[in-house]
Design a protein around this ligand. Structure first.
Ligand code: MN
Ligand code: MN
Length: 399
């Protein structure tokens, strides 16, 4: 038997990076002679020595916010993982952002819908609707918000140390650098026109910010409570907002709870403002498995909030790829591609499965096999009826 065969194709070593690594360490064929990046090698053991079941070429399924260039300015920072950084992701782009206490992400709007999860800290948000209502709310860790495309909004860091949050957009080439900024438009409008439009004199218009657009800038903490803000706004608008643009995700009762984890599915059916983007939020305990499945409706863009694991993506024609994931990493699964996620660490994984679609849908391999007439399942697997009966048919999502 050739050593190539021993590493890649021997059934005895199927089934895991750890086993393969142990095998490969004993095999001179996997040895290295020239340089390597020891940090990446340590983070990606299943790339250095792939599981024997991996094969062929799969599109990029991994990136990390820790590789994305951070724009830092007084008041906070931002960076993004879009189709430019992860070319396989054609439906979704992501941004993470930090605002220190009192600092603002400037009033702006954009072409994509914005879905957000507050990762740490606190903020006060505003979003204005075409029906002349203003929605204002305070958000904390585990809260979501939706800002529909074209609806202008602001975010202000509050509390002791402001906040850090994830934004997800249903436009793969979205860029935080090309949003419609209030200060940018005002700087590119003649002062006399601004005076006429706002009913102010030009001396007052001269107070407006000059130079670069504000984008992120320091400010003072809100002086009013949320209720005071709301009461003040109601007098100048069409009244109370008709829609709620925030949602308490971490406080939600799980959609599925199993001994090995839980899943919260948050789509339009329970968060009506979430019309274009939805999430399956999975907690996978150590040793747990997000079961083999695929999604018929859309590609999957993942954000790893915490924990350590590995995902294998099967993309037909014998192609399968395994990658290792850590907090702040982004995962990608092409539409229809089969995949599963194993917790390889000592802590819970908290993982967001994001879709540019109003509804979450998945197909469980295990449930599908059990939903078939037994003779069909038996013909495809060589399992006996008794074997099949041992396979659970309840949807547990995580086992
Ligand atoms: Mn925005
Ligand atoms: Mn999935």
């Amino acid at each position: 038997m050739s050593s190539r065969t021993a590493i890649q194709d021997t059934p005895a070593i199927l089934g895991g990076g750890a086993q393969n690594t142990a095998q490969a360490e004993q095999d001179h064929s996997a040895s290295r002679m020239a340089g390597q990046n020891p940090v990446l090698e340590t983070l990606n053991p299943n790339t250095s020595v792939r599981p024997a079941t991996d094969h062929g070429v799969v599109v990029p399924v991994w990136y990390s916010f820790d590789l994305a260039s951070r724009r830092v300015q007084e008041g906070g920072w931002t960076h993004q993982v879009t189709q430019r950084e992860l070319p396989s992701s054609k439906d979704i782009a992501g941004v993470t952002m930090r605002l220190t206490a009192g600092s603002f992400r400037e009033l702006h709007w954009h072409q994509a819908d914005e879905w957000a999860l507050m990762l740490k800290g606190n903020a006060r948000i505003t979003v204005y609707s075409p029906d002349n209502t203003m929605f204002v709310d305070d958000v904390e860790e585990g809260d979501l918000w939706i800002f529909p495309a074209g609806y202008p909004h602001s975010i202000q860091g509050t509390g002791a140390d402001g906040c850090e949050f994830l934004l997800v957009f249903n436009q793969a080439l979205f860029s935080e650098e090309s949003t419609f900024l209030l200060s940018d438009w005002l700087m590119h409008t003649p002062p006399d026109l601004l005076a006429r439009n706002l009913g102010l004199d030009e001396a007052t218009i001269a107070k407006l910010p000059k130079g670069d657009p504000l984008y992120i800038f320091p400010g003072d903490a809100p002086t009013q409570t949320l209720d005071q803000d709301r009461a003040e706004i109601e007098q100048r608008t069409a009244g109370k907002p008709t829609q709620k643009f925030t949602f308490k995700a971490y406080a939600m009762k799980p959609t599925y709870t199993t001994p090995h984890g839980e899943v919260r599915i948050i789509d339009e059916s329970i968060f009506p403002a979430s019309k274009k983007i939805c999430v399956g939020m999975s907690t996978i305990k150590p040793g747990g498995l997000r079961e083999m499945h695929w999604h018929p409706q859309a590609s999957e863009w993942q954000f790893w909030v915490k924990g350590k694991g590995r995902m294998t993506v099967f993309d037909a024609e014998g192609n399968a790829r395994t990658m290792d994931f850590n907090p702040n990493d982004v995962g990608y699964v092409p539409r229809m591609a089969g995949h599963y996620i194993e917790n390889t660490g000592d802590e819970d994984i908290l993982l967001l499965e994001m879709f540019a679609d109003p509804h979450f849908a998945d197909i469980s391999l295990r449930q599908w096999l059990r939903a078939l007439p037994a003779n069909v399942a038996m013909a495809h697997t060589n399992f006996s009826k008794e074997d099949l009966d041992k396979i659970a048919y309840k949807n547990t999502v995580i086992s």
